[in-house]
Design a protein around this ligand. Sequence first.
Ligand code: ADP
Length: 165
Amino acid sequence: MKNKVAIIPGSFDPITNGHMDIIERSSKIFDEIIVAILVNPDKKYLFTLEERISMIENSLKELTGIDNVKVDTFSGLLVNYAKKVNSNIIIRGLRAVSDFEYEMQLTSMNKVLDDGIETFYMMTNTKYSFISSSIVKGVSGFGADLTKLVPKAVAEKLEKKLKEE
Ligand code: ADP
């Protein structure tokens, strides 16, 4: 049987427990998962690309029994990246109705660009449905316990980064 490779694209600035939940659950369904960080020179990120890669890699080490997830980066069109890695599967997380409109646009656009691409949506675990990278950044830097929001590998880095800012 052909290996089913699925891509989880995003900014991951930084990766949160919500992202991790989607990664863990989808890794049990598909043969291989690629967490693909979008490189967008026009967007301002808190963490550098290297920092985001290493935080995801370290966070993955916190998951037990999962060895089919890798981290990569891409720029330009996601559909072109998907072709490059021989995948036609995109996975996105859906937190609330407010995510839906944007996600529908994105999926429709990708379908126009490449009809062979299929996007799968995974409902977020309700305990993570309020978490976004930006809301996490908003409460960091003040000494709060961030481990309910982000993996341990991220909590420390986030606190330090925001103190420096
Ligand atoms: P983007 O800039 O593409 O939205 P993000 O890194 O913010 O990148 O998100 C990447 C993916 O993870 C998106 O599909 C987003 O909906 C999903 N996601 C973000 N936060 C959560 C969460 N708390 N639970 C589940 N999915 C999430």
